[in-house]
Structure formats: structure tokens, C-alpha cells
Design a protein around this ligand. Structure first.
Ligand code: GLN
Length: 207
């Protein structure tokens, strides 16, 4: 089984969910269903003691601005340097990208990808597709895209985990995972569990 059967091993994990704007409640609910403790992150102090961080979808310009206003950029970058696992979905993926095509909006730049915002056009602004995601097993994953970005380029070191048509929609570099879709909006917990497995693996490496 690609998931490694680590599900019983998440109770000790304290996972921060950036709760400035966007779909943070849905991520918190999905993570709680996986069995870990969830902390809503709004201030630098909330980052103390977390084992991982989720950056939700929403509006990346707003999230980026609020990250700056609330003094969260430096503390997150500092933790990321020490290997904090971070999962960004949709706007969260934009915030984590090294480069955002045609934009100099504030972001964290923690994964070597270039993203294009709103890549599917304004008319088709939301849709659901069954994606093949080999690391999650054979069963397709129902992926919800909402005004989604596209990962247009990846640099060496970035592992591409799923495509939709010509574009990359799920990628990982070390402890950073990004999806351009919203796994928190369906009841399928496999991608959250995959991330929690990364968290378990990263702690093992540190020890
Ligand atoms: N279009 C949004 C942005 O550029 C992302 C949409 C989402 O997170 N669902 O920030």
C-alpha cells in the first residue's frame, strides 16, 4: 500500500492551519478526521510547537498581504529552514511557489516551481475531475479546482505527483507539498494522510 499504513500514528501531531482567509475550516476538519491535533495559525506565537503547516486555498494576494501584516513570513521561513513540512492547496500553492508568472505579490517561495494564477480562465472557474495520483493508490481522486493556478515549470528536485491534461497539479519538493486543487472539499482523506505520512517521515529523519 502506498500510504504505508501510518494512520494510527498521527495523534501526537500538532498541525497548524493558516487561518487568515480562505478554506481553513475545511482543512482543519479534514485533519481532525485524520486524527491529529489542529492549531489555527493567525499570529507568530501559534507557530510555536507545530509539527506541520497547511496553507489553504482562498485568495493568494490577500493571504500574502496578511502574512506580512501579521508578521508571519519570517517565522514560517525560519521553521521551513529546519524542515517544517508544509502543504499548500490552490492559493496556498501560489504562496509557496518560488515564482508567480507576471506577479510580484508577497509569497514564501519555498518550492522550486513557477505557477500561473487563474490558469483555466474566468468562464470555467470551477470544475471537478477524477485524477490519477499514483502515490495515493489505484483509486482515482476526485479533485475540485476553483479558479485554480497551474504549475507551469518545475526545477530539479521537484517531484511531479499528478497531472491534469498538460499541466502539473500536484508536486513535492522535500517537505513541501502543493496541490492546485482542493482536497479538503471532498470526503477523501488520502492526500491529507499522505501529507501526515510526510510529517511522520520528517520527524524520523530529525531524530
Ligand atoms: N485564484 C486564486 C488566487 O489566485 C486561488 C483560488 C483558490 O485558492 N481556490 O489566489
Amino acid at each position: 500500500m502506498p500510504m504505508g499504513g501510518n494512520e494510527g500514528n498521527v495523534r501526537w501531531m500538532k498541525v497548524g492551519v493558516l487561518a487568515l482567509q480562505g478554506a481553513f475550516r475545511e482543512h482543519a476538519a479534514a485533519l481532525k478526521r485524520c486524527g491529529c491535533e489542529v492549531v489555527e495559525v493567525r499570529k507568530p506565537i501559534n507557530i510555536e510547537g507545530i509539527d506541520a503547516l497547511v496553507i489553504p486555498g482562498g485568495e493568494s494576494t490577500t493571504i500574502g498581504k496578511l502574512l506580512g501584516d501579521y508578521g508571519l513570513i519570517e517565522p514560517i521561513l525560519a521553521k521551513a529552514c529546519y524542515g517544517l513540512p508544509i502543504f499548500g492547496t490552490c492559493a496556498g500553492a501560489i504562496i509557496l511557489a518560488r515564482d508567480i508568472a507576471g506577479s510580484d505579490q508577497p509569497h514564501l517561495g519555498l518550492i522550486d516551481i513557477m505557477v500561473q494564477r487563474n490558469a483555466y480562465g474566468r468562464q470555467v472557474d470551477s470544475f471537478e475531475v477524477d485524477l490519477e495520483i499514483p502515490v495515493l493508490g489505484k483509486e482515482p481522486f476526485a479533485a475540485v479546482f476553483i479558479r485554480a493556478p497551474l504549475i507551469k515549470e518545475t526545477r530539479p528536485g521537484v517531484e511531479v505527483l499528478a497531472h491534469y491534461k498538460d499541466g502539473i497539479v500536484l508536486a513535492r519538493q522535500g517537505n513541501v507539498l502543493v496541490s492546485t486543487f482542493h482536497p479538503e472539499l471532498t470526503s477523501d482523506l488520502r492526500l491529507h494522510r499522505y501529507f501526515l505520512n510526510m510529517v511522520a517521515g520528517s520527524v524520523k529523519q530529525e531524530r
